[in-house]
Design a protein around this ligand. Structure first.
Ligand code: 13P
Length: 247
C-alpha cells in the first residue's frame, strides 16, 4: 500500500516564534511517522524551518513557484532557489492563487513543469467552486484543470501529487463528505490512468476543512491518499491527530 501524505499548508500565517514552537511540538511527537508528513511554509521562513527540520522525518514544502527559471521577475521565487533550501514539495495552483492572482490552467501547468524540472514534487491543486458544483460541473472543472497539467507534463505526470480541494470547503468548516470526495478522487484517478501506466501510485490527497474529527473517515476512502490541511495544520495537536489518522 502506498504511504499517505499529510501536508500542512500554513498559507500566510506564522512568525518566527510561533513557527518554532509549532515545529518543535510536531517533532516531539513525530518520530517514526507512518505517513509522509510535510509543512508548506511561507517562503521567507524556508531557511528557518529547514534548519529546525534538519535530520527529522518531516519534509519541507513551499506554497508557490515561479514558472520561470531565473531573471527579471521581481518578487518571484525560482525552483532552484527553493531546492537550495531543501524544499521537497511545492503547492501549485492553489485555488487562492487561481482566484486572487488570476493563475490560469496554462500557468499552473507551467509551474508544475518548473517544479518537476527542479526536482521538487508539485502538489497540484484542482477544485470546483460552489457555483460549479450547483451547476453540476464539478467533474468538468476538475478534469479541465488536470488535463492542462497532464498535457504539458506528459510521461512525468506520475511524479506529481494531486490535491482535490473543493473551493467551497476551504476555510469554511464545510467539508466534502467522504463519499463526495471519493467520487471526485475516482474521476481524477481514471483521468490519470488514461494518461499514465503509473497512475495507481500517484497520491491524490484531499483538502478543504479537513480536521482532527473528520480526517479518519476521509482518509479511509480508497482513492484518498492523504490530506492538504490549512487551518488545522497551525495547531500542533490537531495536525498530529490527522497524521495519526493516516496510518
Ligand atoms: P482549510 O483546511 O483551512 O480549509 O484549508 C484547506 C486548504 O486550502 C489547504 O490548501
Amino acid at each position: 500500500m502506498k504511504q499517505k501524505l499529510i501536508a500542512g499548508n500554513w498559507k500566510m500565517n506564522g512568525n518566527l516564534a510561533a513557527n518554532e514552537s509549532l515545529i518543535r511540538a510536531l517533532l516531539a511527537a513525530v518520530q517514526q511517522p507512518v505517513a509522509t508528513v510535510a509543512v508548506c511554509v511561507p517562503s521567507v521562513y524556508l531557511a528557518q524551518i529547514q534548519h529546525l527540520l534538519a535530520g527529522h522525518p518531516i519534509d519541507l514544502g513551499a506554497q508557490d513557484i515561479s514558472a520561470h527559471e531565473a531573471g527579471a521577475f521581481t518578487g518571484e521565487v525560482s525552483g532552484a532557489m527553493l531546492k537550495e533550501f531543501g524544499v521537497r514539495y511545492c503547492i501549485v495552483g492553489h485555488s487562492e492563487r487561481r482566484q486572487y492572482h488570476a493563475e490560469s490552467d496554462a500557468l499552473v501547468a507551467s509551474k508544475t513543469q518548473r517544479a518537476l524540472a527542479s526536482g521538487i514534487t508539485p502538489i497540484v491543486c484542482v477544485g470546483e467552486t460552489l457555483a460549479d458544483r450547483e451547476a453540476g460541473k464539478t467533474e468538468e472543472v476538475v478534469k479541465r484543470q488536470l488535463a492542462a497539467v497532464i498535457h504539458e507534463n506528459g510521461h512525468c505526470i506520475s511524479e506529481i501529487v494531486v490535491a482535490y480541494e473543493p473551493v467551497w470547503a476551504i476555510g469554511t468548516g464545510k467539508t466534502a463528505s467522504p463519499e463526495q470526495a471519493q467520487q471526485v478522487h475516482a474521476v481524477l484517478r481514471a483521468q490519470l490512468k488514461a494518461a499514465s501506466s503509473q497512475a495507481e501510485r500517484i497520491q491524490i490527497i484531499y483538502g478543504g476543512s479537513m480536521n482532527a474529527v473528520n480526517a479518519a473517515q476521509l482518509l479511509a476512502q480508497p482513492d484518498i491518499d492523504g490530506g492538504l490541511i490549512g487551518g488545522a495544520a497551525l495547531k500542533a495537536a490537531d495536525f498530529l491527530t490527522i497524521i495519526d489518522a493516516a496510518r
